[in-house]
Design a protein. Structure first.
Length: 767
């Protein structure tokens, strides 16, 4: 797909012109979701060209048996996949008895897709030329209701320039498969297929995990907005059920099909009551018109935007991009279901199947914490607390004891799903991100109760793991952490990855502090947790000793920390000197060549300096940034946002802006040449951070909101809202001006460029 395929618009994503080569990319870009379910932007009607079909139900997964070339002890038995679910959007169409298929028509004109991010309405329209001068215009409008999480709505309208016979058959279909399947297993067993008059229902069950999902639909037809009293003929096969309508459509008249559909699942309903639940969803909506349902949708999205929108004046490209990121994050996770999490591809593809990665804690929590009620971020932390026993079991499988916890690299239910030894066993830094998120949440919200109610147990498990995983090197007289993979996955099995060692040291110290703190503020609580976890004073001493003597590789001459032992032995050719035709290197080079190279997939040392920036002076941050950035290829979506934030902090404004565009338009402009696989949802929260923490320079320091604004030159203004400790702050920044308004009359204060200002209502300053 060519760069800038989708024209710049503040609220819309638009595609104009038919090109079958773009179908799969646009299926990703125009994906819809409402937190409970989601789908790629597949066509409703039959399409024989290349397409990647995908409909997903949040939290419904299948444990696909692990397939590896060489089994290693400790590998998980399965990889949990949120899988392609039965399809409710399908509409078969025959015109004068011939199946309509965009891939085989004579010509396609005025093809247009449009996604309105203000309300999540997706529209596809075109005119297709068929035989004998017949032209058929089709418009399909679709949305997944935010107000009714089990309901989706389609209005499908057909107009022809000649009188035609239309046979239109809306259906539900369980004859689907996953592209990604280890053993070509069957993932679903179909329990019921039913069609009656204008309704159809399929109940299917995931094999092994036994989630039952009811896929349902109801349909009605209109001509010129008037309901048609057409009797449809119900049909069903062993996998598919629907209704077929026949209609003689006069030239120039428009026939519209209103299709309501969606999913009910056993995650929310008793299995025996699923069908009734589907009927209730339909009954509640059946008397509402498309416009009435859309009005609810407008309202629900308006409420989201009210607290989450960011406006940028003077740069439509940047404006569109941030809204696309915020929109997708809200389509993926609404925070209402504590059993769900944020998958790296959300509901837009199959890659990364499982739902939860370290991405949630390292990237997503700040976004949800600031744009929603703080209980949403707490839910995300609670999710990990509820999986602590599994993390302890997981560490146990690898030989760790006494309550040491290793959280999985990838999980649905707390069990590890990842199965490449260099990541599963070695990319252990994920534990630190979970501890960091507890710290980050507490720092931001001031809510100390999470630590005593849940967090401290998590921290103890994580610190126990680090204390056991670090080993003492007699040669160095220090603790080392051997055989790891840092965030930069283009290095495997290295010794003393600085980020891992530093963050482990930080975890040990932070946990020790939290224990001491609780002992002094709530001794009974501390005693309860210590008894529950069998905590001993000897452990505390060991943690302090390990932290104190942790080895942190550095190069004194360069004045930088070392990504890992031996990093400087590599042939240090900068990325700028690589042949652009060889990039992305992960699509052109052998793995062996990548591993020997100095190229950094994603922020690694800089990830650590971003998390723990207050531990480093500006010169140190700058030396490390200047050293590592030129070797970073940013082939993980999670990378450019961290570099954007650091570049802003270091006043490297042009670089910061370039990284911002890269993170925010990663999918729209397909920087990593893979958008057809799905969108990079978790890094979209990093995009939000690169504006709020980058250009606005927001931090929480000593319980105070603090800002160091540094807007890109082209931006005339930036405004955003954040929910900080139950007060909504509206920030309006222009070049040289800072304005902050709050939604109450309480005394407030903000720190701007290091100076504290008290105010009530609002404050405006020159900066
Ligand atoms: C990154 C990981 C990340 C995963 C899911 C990988 O490419 O290297 O850090 O957790 O994608 O986003």
């Amino acid at each position: 797909m060519k760069l800038e395929h989708y024209p710049h618009h503040p609220w819309k994503i638009i595609e104009e012109g038919w090109n079958p080569d773009n179908v799969e990319a646009s299926e990703s870009i125009f994906s819809l979701g409402n937190g409970a379910m989601g789908q790629r932007a597949n066509f409703e009607e039959h399409y024989s060209g290349p397409t990647f079909q995908g409909s997903y139900v949040g939290g419904v997964y299948y444990p696909d048996k692990t397939k590896v070339g060489w089994w290693k002890n400790g590998y998980p038995e399965y990889f949990a996949k949120v899988l392609n679910a039965p399809n409710w959007i399908g509409i078969d169409l025959k015109i004068n008895g011939v199946v309509f298929d965009l891939n085989t028509v004579k010509a396609v004109k005025a093809y247009r897709r449009e996604l309105d991010m203000q309300n999540g309405l997706y529209t596809r329209a075109f005119t297709a030329e068929l035989e004998n001068g017949l032209e058929l215009s089709l418009e399909s409008q679709r949305f997944l209701s935010l107000a009714r999480p089990e309901l989706g709505v389609i209005q499908y309208s057909i107009t022809a320039n000649q009188e035609v016979n239309v046979e239109i058959s809306p259906y539900v279909d369980a004859g689907i498969s996953n592209q990604d399947s280890n053993w070509d297993d069957q993932f679903w067993a179909i329990d019921a297929v039913e069609a009656q008059a204008a309704q159809a229902y399929i109940e299917a069950q995931t094999l092994k995990t036994a989630f039952s999902v009811g896929t349902f639909m109801a349909s009605s037809l209109f001509e010129a907005q008037e309901a048609l009293a057409l009797e449809g003929a119900a049909f069903q096969t062993d996998k598919k059920a629907g209704t077929t309508y026949q209609h003689q459509l006069a030239a120039g008249k428009t026939l519209s099909l209103l299709k309501l559909g969606g999913y009910v699942s056993s995650r929310k309903h008793e299995k025996t009551a699923l069908k009734a639940a589907a009927q209730t969803v339909l009954d509640d909506a059946k008397n509402l018109s498309f416009s009435a349902l859309l009005a609810e949708q407008n309202e629900a999205w308006a409420a989201v935007w009210k607290s989450a929108d960011i406006t940028i004046e003077g740069d439509v490209k940047a404006q569109q991009a941030i809204r696309f990121n915020i929109f997708q994050l809200n389509q993926t996770y609404t925070g209402e279901d504590a059993g769900l999490n944020i998958g790296p591809k959300g509901f837009t593809g199959e890659k990364y199947g499982g739902s939860t990665y370290w991405d949630t804690e390292a990237y997503c929590i700040p976004f949800y914490m600031a744009t929603k009620n703080q209980k949403v971020a707490r839910n995300l932390l609670t999710y990990r607390y509820l999986q602590l026993d599994r993390a302890i079991e997981n560490a146990g499988k690898l030989g760790f004891t006494k309550g040491a916890a290793l959280y999985p690299m990838v999980t649905m239910n707390g069990e590890e799903c990842h199965n490449e030894w260099e990541i599963t066993f070695e990319e252990i830094h994920r534990n630190s991100a979970i501890a960091f998120a507890i710290f980050n949440y507490t720092r931001y919200t001031g809510d100390l109760s999470y630590i005593s109610e849940m967090g401290l147990e998590v921290l103890i498990g994580i610190s126990r793991f680090w204390a056991q995983r670090a080993s003492f090197s007699a040669a160095k007289n220090q603790y080392v952490i051997l055989g790891v993979t840092g965030p930069n996955e283009y290095e495997n099995n290295v010794n003393n990855n600085w980020y891992t060692n530093y963050s482990a040291q930080w975890c040990l110290r932070y946990t020790a502090e939290q224990i001491e703190q609780l002992r002094s503020t709530a001794p009974e609580e501390a005693a309860r947790i210590e008894a529950k976890t069998n905590f001993s004073e000897a452990e505390l001493e060991q943690w302090n000793k390990t932290a104190e003597q942790m080895y942190l590789p550095e190069d004194a001459a360069l004045g930088v920390v070392l990504q890992q032992d031996g990093f400087l032995d590599k042939e240090m050719v900068k990325v700028a000197d690589l042949d652009p035709k060889e990039r992305p290197i992960n699509q052109h080079w052998s793995w062996d060549r990548i591993l020997r190279s100095p190229y950094i997939k994603q922020a690694d040392v800089l990830q650590g300096m971003y998390f723990f920036e207050d531990q480093f002076d500006l010169d140190t941050l700058e030396r490390n940034f200047d050293f590592y950035e030129p070797f970073t290829v940013h082939e993980s979506s999670l990378s450019p946002c961290v570099h954007a934030i650091m570049a802003s902090k270091l006043n490297k404004n042009e670089q910061a802006y370039a990284f911002y565009l890269r993170t925010s338009r990663l999918d729209l402009d397909d920087y990593n040449a893979e958008v057809e696989e799905g969108l990079h949802i978790t890094s979209m929260a990093g995009t939000w951070m690169s504006i709020v923490e980058g250009f606005a320079g927001m931090r929480v320091i000593d319980g105070q909101l603090s800002f160091e604004p540094n807007l890109p030159e082209a931006w005339e203004g930036l405004s955003f809202k954040i929910n900080f400790r139950d007060t909504i702050y509206t920030l309006q920044l222009t070049q040289g001006r800072f304005c902050c308004t709050v939604d109450n009359e309480a005394d407030c204060s903000v720190v701007v460029r290091g100076e504290k200002h008290r105010f009530t209502g609002s404050i405006e300053l020159s900066v």
